[in-house]
Design a protein around this ligand. Structure first.
Ligand code: SF4
Length: 357
């Protein structure tokens, strides 16, 4: 459908980011990193939700001191997020983090940056350079008047240049802004300049609902351009809430599958069945299934099977009854009260057949 940009592959612990690898889902803890048990509890929640890489803020030495234990016990590779202090970056590398997020231009000068980069190279730990529209260098704000895509890209290229000068190229880049058009334009521009893997996301996207929509639009636009090798959905909500959104965005862009997808209609005046309830019940009953199935739950037989031709199995409502269909063809007519159970029986048969075949 669309070509993904051919980026450099970077190894982050057991994960590959870039080079055509599946887009990695990441998030960030919001506990005090120094509180090891609370941070690990949140990391475990993220892992259970399907997060693949976790970032922790390392604002001071007490947070850095907690890293060895967090790294040792975390089920996910850990990224240390550090600003201004090269000692914290060195401590994080010694603690065994899988990736560093720093901005090379603000880590304390060339000598200190060289120490960080040398140790990162020795430990084969990549660095994410993260430009944020809200904290652009004064020089660039003066040059461009405000945070523009060009200003953000120039900032990123400056930071990248600093580590490249030291021979370091295990780089991932992000260019985040809270404005979706600015974010998307900046990444599009950067992608013309570099082939480093891109960490994409809309920063400070907002509440669970608003942030979900903003993230879906921004991240979705980039993914459909073939850009993005790892993503974070940022929500003002518990971090684990970000993961289903990330999964749904990747599913919508047809880049990854995380279990069944339900195609369901909005209903209209033709619907003579409690479709909303039915769709909810199907969703609950298949929550444990990991197979990448497409199921359709449609309000009527006029358009139901046809609209869901791509579905493996589906239901189309009728008057006090429903039709069960498979790959677009009606296979059974069932009274409404037995519809859900019958559908689940067909679904289990279908899955068993798939496993055999
Ligand atoms: Fe209306 Fe039938 Fe289409 Fe649902 S499938 S929206 S009930 S026409």
């Amino acid at each position: 459908m669309f070509l993904r940009k051919d980026t450099k592959a970077v190894q982050v612990g057991p994960l590959t980011i870039g080079g055509g690898a599946p887009v990695v889902i990441q998030s960030m803890t919001n506990t005090a990193t120094a509180d090891v048990s609370a941070t690990l509890e949140q990391i475990n929640e993220l892992a259970a939700a399907g997060c693949e890489l976790v970032r922790v803020a390392v604002p001071d030495e007490t947070a850095a001191d907690a890293l060895p234990e967090i790294v040792a016990q975390s089920p996910l590779p850990v990224v240390a997020d550090i600003h201004f202090n090269h000692r914290l970056a060195l401590a994080a590398l010694h603690a065994g983090v899988a990736k560093l997020r720093i901005n090379p231009g603000n880590i304390g000068g060339e000598k200190r940056l060289a120490q960080v980069v040398d140790l990162a190279g020795e430990k084969r730990v990549p660095i994410r350079i993260g430009v944020n529209a809200g904290s652009l260098e004064k020089r660039l704000l003066a040059k461009y008047g405000k945070a523009t895509p060009e200003a953000m890209v120039e900032s990123a290229l400056d930071h990248i240049g600093l580590v490249e000068k030291l021979g370091f190229t295990d780089v991932v880049v992000s260019l985040k802004a809270s404005s979706v058009p600015l974010t998307v334009a900046a990444y599009r521009l950067l992608a013309k300049e570099v082939n480093y893997p891109l960490h994409i996301g809309v920063t400070e996207a907002g509440s669970q609902f608003g942030g979900t929509v903003f993230s879906a639009v921004g991240i979705g636009a980039l993914l459909l351009d073939g850009l993005g090798d790892t993503l974070r959905v940022s929500l003002t909500a518990p971090p684990a809430k970000e993961i289903p959104v990330a999964k749904e965005i990747l599913t919508a862009c047809e880049l990854r599958r995380f279990g069944p997808r339900i195609v369901s209609c909005p209903t209209c005046g033709r619907c003579q069945i409690g479709l909303m309830e039915l769709a909810k019940e199907v969703e609950e009953r298949i929550a444990h299934i990991k197979e990448p199935l497409t199921l359709a739950v449609m309000g009527c037989a006029v358009n139901g099977p046809g609209e869901a031709r791509e579905a493996d199995l589906g239901i189309a409502g009728g008057k006090n009854q429903g039709l069960i269909f498979r790959e677009g063809k009606i296979i059974r007519k069932v009274p409404q009260e037995q519809l859900l159970d019958e559908f689940m029986t067909y679904l289990h048969d279908f899955l068993a057949g798939r496993q055999k075949g």
